[in-house]
Design a protein around this ligand. Structure first.
Ligand code: FEO
Length: 389
């Protein structure tokens, strides 16, 4: 895709990576991603906001091929998908100075091998005039690293929020237009990357209410010409209480746990509780993360393997614990062959979330009428908990 102007004096010079399917060798990217970099030209100076992933350095350099001088490279975030091309850009523009937070300075040296002498730190709220274009730097720790900052272009009211408000979605049109697809991609991205930092993001959202925003131009995915769309979505994900929804993540070896899961899904649905089951053998972990954004209760279903819970359930519980969703209640269901410590081990895994534990349902071998009755009682308990304020 060609470089193009997104606001007067502001050009997108990033790169699409439409066929990338995994981020950090962990996160599925069903729609690929983009690395958005922006060149801001003032009357006297120019500034490049972020660079691109090293895999796409050649694309960035091609977009800059007719740019004779870059005075500043603003590194909002040191993760390599945005900073990885910095050493090459600095070689191309020996006059350029790197602008970053004090916290980022050492990280740029350590992660990228850039000489400390090329880096100038900027304070929170500090401004820089490029000549008719004024940049304001907003420190924003923990979205999602400690060194991150956002940049606000005052004259055009454009916010460059780095990873915040982004999405892994390689859209050639550059601007968000299909709201349903954008919402899906942005929610997946929030769930996978931003959700653990809800408390910090809450403060940043509050601060941004004092800024007039015409465009939000994140470092991944489409640009938002209507900022209220993505801001409202974030306010819901971050601030709203969890909904009347259950995430049931389960795995089954010989069918017993699967039968329990099916029974519980039906029991919850009959009682008017939204429930999303995930068979962990085939599930997309990104979709599981998305469901956790709104869920009030997490139920893990697992058979016992070598005394403990099945490793796929262990992995899902670890992920849920790390993502720190808003959920309040949890339960464990599953079958075992002759004895089990699965329940205690699962509770230990989810301990960081400090959930309110509902009664577990365990059965030896096939589920019986008593197992099904216990699952019905669990569904009743979930309904009662979900009615609480
Ligand atoms: Fe898109 Fe945290 O890097």
């Amino acid at each position: 895709m060609k470089a193009r102007e997104i606001a007067p004096g502001v050009r997108w010079v990033g790169a699409l990576h439409g066929d990338r399917r995994l981020f950090d060798d962990l996160i599925p990217l069903p729609d690929g991603t983009t690395y958005n970099a922006y060149l801001i030209a003032g009357r006297e100076k120019s500034a490049l906001i972020d660079t691109v992933d090293p895999a796409k350095t050649d694309v960035l350099l091609a977009h800059l091929s007719e740019v004779a001088r870059v005075d500043y490279v603003v590194i909002q975030h040191v993760e390599q998908d945005h900073s990885g091309s910095l050493p090459v850009v600095l070689d191309r523009y020996p006059e350029a100075r790197v602008l970053a937070t004090p916290k980022a300075k050492g990280m740029i040296v350590d992660h990228l091998g850039v000489r400390e002498g090329r880096i100038t730190t900027v304070e929170d709220g500090e401004t820089l005039s490029l000549g008719g274009k004024t940049l304001e730097f907003l420190h924003a720790p923990w979205v999602h690293w400690p060194e991150t900052m956002l940049t606000y272009l005052r004259e055009e009211r454009v916010l460059f929020p780095c990873d915040l408000f982004g999405s892994h979605f390689a859209l050639a049109g550059l601007f968000a237009t299909d709201r349903a697809r954008m919402y899906e991609a942005a929610k997946r991205y929030y769930a996978e990357i931003m959700m653990p930092f809800r408390a910090a993001i809450r403060g940043h959202l509050e601060r941004l209410t004092t800024y007039a925003l015409a465009v939000i131009a994140p470092s991944h995915g489409p640009i938002h010409p209507d900022p209220s769309f993505i801001l409202d979505a974030y306010r819901d994900w971050v601030l709203s209480p969890p909904k009347n929804e259950v995430v049931l993540a389960y795995v089954s070896m010989h069918g017993s746990t699967a039968r329990m899961a099916e029974h519980l899904v039906a029991a919850l649905a009959e009682r008017g509780v939204g429930v999303e089951p995930f068979n962990l053998t085939v599930t997309d972990l990104g979709r599981l993360a998305m469901a956790l954004v709104d869920a009030r209760t997490l139920v893990i279903g697992a058979p016992t393997v070598l005394v403990g819970p099945h490793p796929s359930a262990v992995s899902a519980a670890y992920l849920a614990s790390a993502l720190r969703p808003k959920l309040r209640h949890a339960a464990f269901i599953g079958s075992y062959g002759w004895s089990s410590q699965a329940e205690a081990r699962m509770k230990a895994l989810l301990e960081p979330l400090k959930p309110d534990w509902l009664p577990s349902v365990l059965c030896r071998g096939l589920p019986t009428d008593e197992s099904r009755a216990a699952l019905d009682r669990l569904a009743d308990a979930i309904v009662a908990r979900h009615r609480e304020p």
